[in-house]
Design a binder for this molecule. Sequence first.
Ligand code: AMP
Length: 249
Amino acid sequence: MKVLVPIKRVVDYNVKVRVKADQSGVDLANVKMAMNPFCEIAVEEAVRLKEKGVVTEIVVVTVGSKTAQEQLRTAMALGADRAILVETEENTQPLGVAKALKALVEKESPDLVILGKQAIDDDNNQTGQMLAALTGMPQGTFASEVNVADGKVSVTREIDGGLQTVELSLPAVVTTDLRLNEPRYASLPNIMKAKKKPLDTVSPADLGVDLTPRVKTLKVEPPAERQAGIKVASVEELVDKLKNEAKVI
Ligand code: AMP
C-alpha cells in the first residue's frame, strides 16, 4: 500500500511573525522556516502505518520553491521513502496545490493521501477537502485516530462536542488533527540516510496545472497590541470598574 503525504514549508511555529511595513503580507526575510506541524503529524502517521506493516511506500510531496527541499529531506529523515518537489516561485494557494496533487494522484495511484488539516501560515483548511472533491475520493478530516484494514480506512474525527468515526473505502483522503500522534525527532543517522533518498523535481507544466494565484490578499494587519493591566485595591473597586468602565457586568 502506497501513501502520499503532501507537506508545506511554513514559518516555524515558534517565530513571532511581523507584518511587512506595506501591509502586503508577513515578513519572511531571515525568518526560520519549518515543516507545517500538522504535516509532521501526517508524516508520523504514515511512518507508523509502515512500521505496522500496513504501508509499503511513503511518498512526500511539496508544491513550493527549491528551498522546500529542506522540509522534504526532513520528512525522509523521519521515514518517508522518496520525495517530489513541484517547483514554483508562486505563493501557493489551496486550489492550485489540490490540482497539482490530483495530477500526482493520477500518476502515483496512492491508496491513501494524508495531509495536515491546515497550514499554520494561511490557516486555510481547504487543500485536503479540495483534493477529495477534485478526485472523487472519500475524505476523513480532522483525524484523531486512523485504522486501515480490509481495503478500508476508519477515521475518528474531532467534531464539536465529541468524536465521530467514519469508514472510507480506499483510495481516500485523510487530514490530521493535533491529537492524532506525537511526531518523533529525526535521528542523526536517519538525517544522513535521507540525503541519499530520491528527490524528483517536476514543474507545474509537467503536471499540466496552472498555479497562478486566484485569490488576492488586500491587506494584512497585526492584532491590536494588548493594553497594560492595572492593580485594584479592593473587590468593590474591581466590581465598580467592570460595571462602569469596562461595562461588562
Ligand atoms: P491548507 O489548506 O493550506 O490549510 O493546508 C492543509 C494541508 O494541505 C497542509 O497541512 C498540507 O498537508 C497540504 N498543503 C498545503 N499547501 C501545500 C503545498 N504548497 N505543498 C504541499 N502540500 C500542501
